[in-house]
Design a protein around this ligand. Sequence first.
Ligand code: FAD
Length: 374
Amino acid sequence: MPNTKPKIVVIGAGIIGASTTLHLAKSGADVELIDESTPSNQATIASFGWINANTPTNKNYFRFRMNAIDRWKTLIAEYPSLPVRFSGSIDWDMDENEIEPTHELYQELGYDSDLIDTKRIEELVPTLEDAPKVAIINHSEGVANPDLIANAFVELAKQHGATVRSDTKVEWLDTTGNQVNTVVTQSGRIDCDYVIVCTGTQTGTLLSPLGIEVPLDKIKGMLARTNPLGSMCDYLVSMPDLHFWQMEDGSLIVGENQAGDTLTTSTKKQKQLFHERLNNRLPQTSDTKIETISTGTRPVPSDGMPIVGAAGSFSNLYVAVLHSGITLAPIIGSSLAREIIRGETERNLEDYRLARFDQLANTNNPLTAAGASA
Ligand SMILES: Cc1cc2nc3c(=O)[nH]c(=O)nc-3n(C[C@H](O)[C@H](O)[C@H](O)COP(=O)(O)OP(=O)(O)OC[C@H]3O[C@@H](n4cnc5c(N)ncnc54)[C@H](O)[C@@H]3O)c2cc1C
C-alpha cells in the first residue's frame, strides 16, 4: 500500500466489521465504518458470547481458534476495559464416553484443560443438581458481553481516528473494471480505494450483484436472560441440554442446545421451557425469572469455516463472514487489516478463502473433474 493513505470503507458494524476497523485504525489507516443501523444490532447482539476453540475434529481450525484466544488476550492487555473475561468453562455437553477422549485430544493439541470429578464440579458450580461423573474444565476460555463488545471496538476505533456512520444503509457498490470505486449509500456516494464487506447474514445482498456468490446458511438460535441473581459461578457451564454464564449484573445468559423445538413455540412457552430446563439443573434458581428471550440468525458459511479475504476477481474488495465471530473477531480483524495494509498474503487465513468454493464446484463438476476443456 503506498504512503498516501488510501481510503478504506468497512461495511457492517457487528463484531467483525468493528474489530477490523479497530485494527485498521490502529495501524494508521484512513478508515470509515458504515452501518445501516447502530453498531451491533444483528448476530452479534444475539450471541451467547462464548470464546472457545470448540470441537477438535478439525485440528487446523482448532489451532486457529486457539490462536484467536491468544489474540483476545493480547488485545485485552492493550485495552483492559474491553467487556470480556477469561474465567474458563466447565463442559460435559457430549456423550459421557466422549469426554475423556476429547480431553486427550485437547492435551495433544496443547489446549489448557483438565478433567474434573463430581466433587470438584459441585464445588465450582454449587447450585448444580445432578452433577456428572466427569467434565472438562477449559482454563483458557472466556466470554464477551454481546451487548457491549462491538460498541467497545467501535469506540476504540474512533479514538484511533476511524470515522463511523450509523443509520446509513449501503445500497450497492459501483465498479469500474476489476475495481470497486464507490460505495453507494442511501444518503450519498463514498469514493474509496478498498471495501470490506462485513454484513453478516446480508453479505449476499451486496456481493451477488457483482457476480460473487457467498454460500451461507442462516441458522436461527435462541437465548434467554434472567433477572439479576446473587453470585453463582465464575465459569461458563455447558451441559447437554443447557449452557449458561453469569453476566456482570448478576443475570444469567442461557442457551439451550436443542433450540429447534423452542424456536417454533410462543414467547410465553419459550420462557417456560427455558425456566424448566434451568430449574431442573439449578433448583436453587426456582424464583428466577426469564426476563427476555432473543432470537438471532447465525451467518454460517456452508462448510462451517470462516470466509475471509479477497472477494471475487476485484482487486480491492474483501469480505469477512463467519460463525463464531465472537471467538474469532480479533484474529480475523487483525489478520485482514495486515493483509490489506501490507499487501501481503496472511498465511493463517489461507484455509478460509472464498475461492475454495469455486475449487469445490470445479471438483464436483463432472466435466471439469474429467478434464474436459469445454
Ligand atoms: C444465538 C447465537 C449464539 C451465538 N453464540 C456464539 C458464541 O457463543 N460464540 C461465538 O464465537 N459466536 C457465536 N455466535 C455467532 C456470532 O454471533 C457471529 O458469528 C457474529 O456475531 C457475526 O458478526 P458479524 O459482524 O459478521 O455480523 P452481524 O453482527 O450480524 O453484523 C452485521 C452488520 O452489518 C450491518 N449491515 C448489513 N447490511 C448492511 C448494509 N447494506 N449497509 C450497512 N450496514 C449493513 C448490520 O446492520 C449489522 O450491524 C452466535 C450467534 C447466534 C445468533
